[in-house]
Design a protein around this ligand. Structure first.
Ligand code: PLP
Length: 398
């Protein structure tokens, strides 16, 4: 690869295979305009707008005061791993043991460890589309091949067992599930999820279920693949405290699965980051063992914000928008505007929204779509109204 100076830089093939995160890039582009004094509405961030609950902050402060500031076991202190297992059992009816869980620096880190442990050169990973930006890059970094399965937008971005089964080849190593989904908000019913997980496990395929939005399902049900006991020897659940407890900056996530896989993921972590921050682990214990009302409160508020933004978007002529069942994103289709105002792609729409409407969004290309743009509604109702008003004006002017 040539650097801007024209000098060929000796970087590895694996680092040249991946790109920077599109979500972070969209926010950075917005920040540049904001630094010039432009008043922006941000629909780009992938994080709750709530403060971290007080009892979680108190647990971290107590840890500092108690000088709990040294290295810990690589996969997290026993108290944390027990708290993860206990919370999951109470909320989802699973029965993981301490040696079947390892904590890492966010769910993203857990996913990276797991792909590194499981994906060999040429191994195929089945990924439903649209997908969270980092899956593709992580798999390709590890030398794997992504096999994308298009969901059906007209059915709320549905993915069926048959669609997934068709994508299986002798090289399939992992089926990646992420429901509720970032960016579409699609979810699978417990029956659908169970059928898919059992099918893959029976065929000897690993299922990685990224459940970082598992508590943000607006259908009123809470379901984790981790409760499907008969698939446990092929199933890995990835969880995160980031969205559940509004702790994105603290960086705490985990993986649960067969002890042998967990041991290898922890081995990799022992040679890279070591343990998640000691203080953060204590905050995590505080979050998982403490009062859970904040989780229900966040969910209730997100549901209201979802209804508000979907209604507003659907009122803009030409824009279609499915009703997300979970997470805090909408993924409207802007293709009716292609050909107008010089826009031909989601990246064009996002750019125009940024520079002309002063609304920050993330273009769909990064999620495997050439028609959609992702908007996060993790912001106040007033900001949603302000952003919608700007979008209404912009699209009307075309
Ligand atoms: N998985 C999905 C689908 C996500 O959207 C995110 C963050 O946006 C993550 C994993 C990683 O979250 P974290 O590393 O903060 O736990």
């Amino acid at each position: 690869m040539a650097a801007s100076s024209g000098v060929v830089m000796p970087f590895t093939d694996r680092i040249n295979r991946i790109k920077p995160s599109a979500t972070l890039a969209a926010v950075a582009e917005g920040d540049k305009l904001r630094a010039q004094g432009v008043d922006l509405v941000y629909f780009a961030a992938g994080e709750p707008h709530f403060n971290t609950p007080q009892h979680v902050k108190d647990a971290a402060i107590a840890a500092i005061q108690a000088n709990f500031t040294k290295y810990t076991a690589v996969g997290g202190i026993e108290e944390l791993r027990d708290a993860i297992v206990k919370r999951h059992a109470a909320d989802f009816g699973s029965n993981y043991k301490r040696e079947e869980v390892t904590a890492s620096v966010g769910g993203k880190h857990a996913l990276f460890n797991l792909f590194s442990v499981l994906v060999n050169h040429g191994d195929e990973v089945i990924i439903p589309v649209p997908y969270w930006v980092s899956f593709k890059d992580m798999v390709e970094y590890c030398g794997g091949k992504c096999v994308f399965v298009e969901s059906e937008e007209k059915n709320n971005f549905a993915i069926t067992l048959e669609m997934l089964e068709k994508a299986i080849t002798p090289r399939t190593k992992i089926l990646l599930l992420n429901f509720p989904n970032n960016p579409s908000g699609a979810s699978l019913s417990p029956d659908e999820m169970t059928a898919v997980v059992r099918m893959a496990a029976k065929r000897g395929i690993w299922v990685m279920s990224d459940e970082c939005y598992v508590y943000l399902d607006y259908s009123g049900r809470l379901f984790s693949a981790g409760s499907i006991q008969d698939a446990h020897d092929r199933l890995i659940v990835v969880g995160s405290l980031s969205k559940t407890y509004s702790m994105t900056g603290w960086r705490l996530g985990y993986a649960m699965g067969p002890a042998a896989v967990i041991k290898e993921a922890t081995k990799l972590q022992s040679q890279s980051t070591s343990n998640p921050t000691s203080i953060v682990q204590k905050a995590g214990v505080g979050a998982l063992n403490g009062p859970q009302q904040c989780v229900a409160d966040f969910r209730a508020e997100f549901k209201q914000l979802r209804d508000r933004i979907v209604k507003g978007l659907r009122e803009i002529p030409g824009i279609t928008c499915t009703m997300p069942q979970g997470a805090f994103y909408v993924f409207p289709n802007f293709s009716a505007y292609f050909g107008k105002g010089g826009m031909k792609t989601p990246a064009d729409v996002s750019r125009c929204l940024l520079h002309e409407a002063h609304v920050v969004t993330v273009p769909g290309e990064a999620f495997g779509s050439n028609q959609h743009v992702r908007l996060s509604y993790a912001t106040s109702a007033a900001e949603i109204d302000r952003g919608l008003e700007r979008m209404r004006k912009f699209f009307k002017s075309l």
